[in-house]
Design a protein around this ligand. Structure first.
Ligand SMILES: [Mn+2]
Length: 326
């Protein structure tokens, strides 16, 4: 049984419309598997009790590489390394598709739930929602919470791996620019002053510098341990203010590997499942949440513990939607 907590979302015109976007890509990551994440989550029934027992009306868009480039090719003639980036054209095309799909739903005032996929798709989701919010609310800016073990704010040159799943925040904020990503225009950009990290614990040196230079609000795992997740959420929400639409981009690797083993780059110690659910509940309670991503579930990693990972994903998604099991 599921019960829906009834709230009145402030920034959604069609709050009962839940647009699920299955973003089946792993071109931003060094190994395959994340492209299967959305189907694994959907087929596990993550949305079936929502559909049958709540007022949400679901649509699902399935997005995947459409043959222009194959989903998981190593650098090749069609998509050679550029400025230290691996598969930049493939990732640009993928994230552009995601951005356009997410935008179309968000423009209509629906809640958009994007399932990944590797986190490079995050540059598509936040840019799509940011653009829709600007248009719907006279230029207003979107607030973004990035729940992650990693900062994903590398610019191409200093990136140790060249993999673009470590760069979505840089591209979505305009910190990184490249002709290959020229579909990202001023209307798409997110503002790093309206951006908060929670759960960081594996941040590259160049990323540390950018976070300090730009004064980006960041709560590390150490902060969570020191102050508690309740206090961290108090501070994060106070920083963003009451009257702002919020997009949460949730990397499953923010959770401790005990709760989310099936992911590409698990880092201990992370958020407990209870802490992860608390983050979602608090966001839901603001009534400001307009979109969510849940990314980096990789069924090819620690497959025998995939069910644990899927259960955790289900719990944080349900809590964000105000759907609780009874
Ligand atoms: Mn991430």
């Amino acid at each position: 049984m599921a019960k829906q907590i009834l709230t009145t979302p402030k920034f959604l015109e069609n709050p009962s419309q839940l647009a699920v976007v299955a973003a089946k890509y792993s071109c931003g990551a060094p190994r395959s598997g994340a492209e299967y994440g959305p189907d694994v989550l959907i087929n596990s029934g993550i949305f079936s009790d929502i559909q049958s027992e709540t007022d949400y009306k679901l649509t699902i868009d399935h997005l995947a590489q459409n043959g222009t480039f194959s989903n998981k090719v190593e650098a090749n003639d069609a998509d050679p390394d550029t400025n230290n980036m691996k598969l930049p054209r493939t990732v640009s095309l993928a994230s552009k598709q995601v951005s356009e799909c997410v935008y179309a739903h968000a423009r209509q005032g629906k809640f958009v739930m994007t399932l990944g996929g590797d986190h490079s798709i995050g540059m598509g989701t936040v840019t799509g929602v940011a653009r829709a919010i600007r248009e719907r609310f006279g230029g207003s800016e979107l607030s973004v919470l990035w729940i992650d073990a990693h900062a994903d704010i590398n610019t191409p040159e200093p990136s140790p791996s060249g993999r673009i799943h470590g760069m979505p925040v840089a591209f979505a904020s305009g910190l990184a620019r490249h002709g290959i990503f020229d579909w990202i225009t001023a209307s798409h950009l997110i503002n790093l002053k309206r951006f908060v990290y929670i759960g960081l614990r594996d941040v590259d040196e160049a990323e540390e510098r950018v976070i300090a230079e730009k004064g980006i609000k960041a709560f590390s795992m150490e902060d969570v341990r020191q102050h508690g997740i309740e206090k961290v959420m108090d501070l994060a929400l106070e920083y963003l203010g009451d009257e702002t639409p919020i997009h949460v981009s949730y990397d499953i690797d923010s959770l401790d590997p005990e709760w989310a083993p099936s992911t590409g780059f698990p880092v201990s110690p992370g958020l407990s499942l209870e802490e992860g659910i608390h983050v979602s509940r608090r966001l839901q309670a603001t009534q400001n949440l307009v979109a969510m991503d849940l990314v980096e579930v990789n069924p090819l990693i620690e497959s025998e513990r995939l069910e644990t990972t899927v259960e955790s994903a289900r719990s944080v998604i349900h809590a964000a939607l105000g759907v609780e099991r009874i």
